[in-house]
Design a protein around this ligand. Sequence first.
Ligand SMILES: *[C@@H]1O[C@H](CO)[C@@H](O)[C@H](O)[C@H]1NC(C)=O
Ligand SMILES: *[C@@H]1O[C@H](CO)[C@@H](O)[C@H](O)[C@H]1NC(C)=O
Ligand SMILES: *[C@@H]1O[C@H](CO)[C@@H](O)[C@H](O)[C@H]1NC(C)=O
Ligand SMILES: *[C@@H]1O[C@H](CO)[C@@H](O)[C@H](O)[C@H]1NC(C)=O
Ligand SMILES: *[C@@H]1O[C@H](CO)[C@@H](O)[C@H](O)[C@H]1NC(C)=O
Ligand SMILES: *[C@@H]1O[C@H](CO)[C@@H](O)[C@H](O)[C@H]1NC(C)=O
Length: 389
Amino acid sequence: MPPFSLYTALLLLCATYCTATTIGITYNPSIPNLPPPEKVASTLQRLHIQAVHLLEPTPSAVRAFAYTNISLLLSVPNDLVPSFAANLSAATLWLYSHVLPYHPRTRISLISVGSDVITAVAASDADSDPTTTLIPAMNNLHLSLRDLDIHSIPVSTSFSFINVMTTSFPPSSAEFQEPVNSLIITPLLQFLDETNSSLLINLFPYTVYRMNSEIPVGYALFQENPFNFRDDTITGVRYRNLFDMMVDAVIAAMAVLGQENIPVIVTETGWPSEMESEATGNYAEMYLNGLLMHLRSGMGTPLKKEGVAEAYIYQLFDEIDLKNSSNTNSTTISRSGLGSQRWGIMHPNMTLKYSIDFSVSERILGNGNCLVQMLLVLLVLVPRVEFLV
Ligand SMILES: *[C@@H]1O[C@H](CO)[C@@H](O)[C@H](O)[C@H]1NC(C)=O
Ligand SMILES: *[C@@H]1O[C@H](CO)[C@@H](O)[C@H](O)[C@H]1NC(C)=O
Ligand SMILES: *[C@@H]1O[C@H](CO)[C@@H](O)[C@H](O)[C@H]1NC(C)=O
Ligand SMILES: *[C@@H]1O[C@H](CO)[C@@H](O)[C@H](O)[C@H]1NC(C)=O
Ligand SMILES: *[C@@H]1O[C@H](CO)[C@@H](O)[C@H](O)[C@H]1NC(C)=O
Ligand SMILES: *[C@@H]1O[C@H](CO)[C@@H](O)[C@H](O)[C@H]1NC(C)=O
């Protein structure tokens, strides 16, 4: 076996030439009766999961991911947003307990100020108005990070696709809804642009499919089929899955504001199982495998060739026991429009419910498109491929 194998060459080239999306999972360590975070972290590491979106992060969960090389996207709980907005030291205090002791041994890639704040606030009776608190809260957190001399962690906030977009079809006609567009999204994109941050969106093809009976389920599940497509007659682009159509709707809406180059991160996406006839485990498995294969291909979307930068599967464990407590009501509505499905991909005993493979080797060798792309690069760069093999 020569020291420099073809496999190594492909690995190096893949890192250089294929812009595959980072794939992660959403995990809420505050759900009761789950395994301890250390156990979760080591299991996710064993499954080769690259990134975790922590909802309601606890200091012990942030600590559990130290030295794992799994990057964390932290979502500050929504009820802290007004205090962050009012008071820089509230933001600093939160960083002192959740970030400072662990950074950089725990890789923190981004902090989201709240999670789908505009929907959550509208659904609760909170008298805080996100149009006046969200951007100031983000600014204060950003300033606190700078004060603490942390320059590698950008700040953003997440939105729910169905609550901010006017339409998903045709994607090129999509815009952000008013008044959120002018009150929040326009200044937000400015902030993200100035601070090198990313737009965060919770994007559920499941929800759009459920709301539009004419959409074939295969189109939402990434199934290749001659009839599974939709043409955007304005751009002349053909879409072969609902996910790309929704991502491009976001890109088109950003382009209206002149900000289409800001990276997009899908903070939540998934498919529920049980409780409803269509939402069977089989469909969930088809969606997740279709999503992984699509994101690994590095093909991007018709309007954004590098695709989304990161995508987080919603979610690690079922949250069913919390579903009738008031604080999860609003998020349930934004994900499904229905409620009471199980979104977890794992049982509480940490075995996967579905057959899904997150491993990197599959990303390199199990993916035709990326492999062909790399072989072409290899042929161009190295006149005599035999020399390498
Ligand atoms: C850590 O993760 C990054 C990105 O996911 C990767 O580029 C790097 O090679 C990893 N490092 C180790 C030591 O695994
Ligand atoms: C700001 O926050 C700090 C820490 O939470 C608190 O001690 C202080 O009273 C707050 N100041 C104001 C004006 O709310
Ligand atoms: C944003 O990124 C660019 C290029 O990487 C860099 O030159 C610039 O200083 C960054 N700006 C901030 C505010 O970090
Ligand atoms: C909430 O859960 C309790 C106990 O699990 C149940 O008795 C009650 O009916 C539920 N409420 C709703 C609105 O589902
Ligand atoms: C949940 O949301 C629905 C619709 O907005 C509302 O009618 C209901 O009262 C809410 N339930 C709780 C427990 O907050
Ligand atoms: C884990 O839990 C699931 C669901 O309760 C069960 O079907 C499975 O057999 C368990 N696996 C192990 C290894 O305990």
